[in-house]
Ligand binder design. Structure first.
Ligand SMILES: Cc1cc2nc3c(=O)[nH]c(=O)nc-3n(C[C@H](O)[C@H](O)[C@H](O)COP(=O)(O)O)c2cc1C
Length: 240
């Protein structure tokens, strides 16, 4: 028996239930691995799309830029996010966008056009640690959930799914129609984390900036990058 056949048999017998059936793959077994490993620097992709809540994306870029565990941020604003940036934050133009969002230049942020499907993050051979889309429009969700890969955001997300890398989709819409809900299910089944922009209120945020900051801290804690200043419910009950 050749080695390939032997390994196939080993694999299938390991997956066999006592009753003899191979369990169907469960999407819920595709747990998102924490990105951060001790001593390892992260190489993350951040996409902003044309959904409301661009402030949340701005807070994400600021937190990642300030985080010494993050070495490189590939930043992809969609063409339609530019319109929302102008409407919600009064920021116009596509050049030096990261600098405008941070209020200072960044040595680690590389900005890409959504049309640049030849960027490094479009290939699975490039060692990206994962991707966060914040905010994520229903249009981009549809493109990702259905494997369209029609622009760099959809393609980089597609690469994360096929390489089993973390993909966090911070959706924003209300109410949802059945198509949105179906696409959320498809994306989740393929391994994405649906992390809608539903901020917390129990921390009594003083303003929308603090609300967005704390939401971003939850996203980053979820991928293994816990942040100083993150609100913890009942911190006295943390084990020392
Ligand atoms: C001010 C503004 C707010 C919008 N808010 C949302 C939103 O919250 N969710 C959404 O899915 N689309 C929203 N849209 C519509 C999207 O921008 C539009 O569907 C666009 O095609 C999304 O493209 P993109 O995913 O390539 O960025 C908004 C548009 C504007 C101008």
């Amino acid at each position: 028996m050749d080695d390939t056949r032997r390994s196939v048999i080993r694999l299938s017998s390991r997956n066999r239930l006592p009753g003899g059936n191979i369990p169907p793959p469960s999407p819920y077994n595709l747990l998102v691995p924490p990105i951060a490993q001790p001593g390892h620097t992260e190489n993350l992709t951040v996409a902003l799309t044309g959904a409301s809540g661009i402030l949340f994306g701005q807070m994400l870029l600021r937190a990642l830029d300030a985080d010494p565990r993050v070495a490189r941020i590939h930043f992809v604003p969609s063409e339609n996010s530019l319109r929302v940036l102008a409407e919600e934050l009064g920021i116009s133009g596509r050049t030096n966008l990261a600098e405008k969002l941070l209020g200072q230049p960044s040595a680690k942020i590389v900005q890409h056009s959504e049309n640049d499907v030849g960027a490094a993050i479009a290939s699975g051979s490039y060692p990206s640690s994962g991707m966060i889309v914040l905010p994520c429009s229903m249009g981009t969700l549809a493109g990702i959930a259905n494997g369209i890969a029609g622009n760099l955001i959809e393609r980089a997300a597609d690469v994360c799914l096929k390489e089993r890398r973390p993909l966090i989709l911070c959706l924003r819409e209300t109410p949802f129609n059945k198509i949105h809900i179906r696409n959320m299910g498809l994306a989740a089944d393929a391994g994405a984390t649906i992390f809608p922009i539903i901020p917390a209120f129990y921390n009594q945020p003083a303003d929308s900036t603090e609300m967005a900051r704390q939401f971003v801290f939850r996203v980053l804690a979820h991928i293994g990058l816990p942040q100083p200043g993150a609100y913890v419910w009942k911190p006295d009950q943390l084990s020392s």
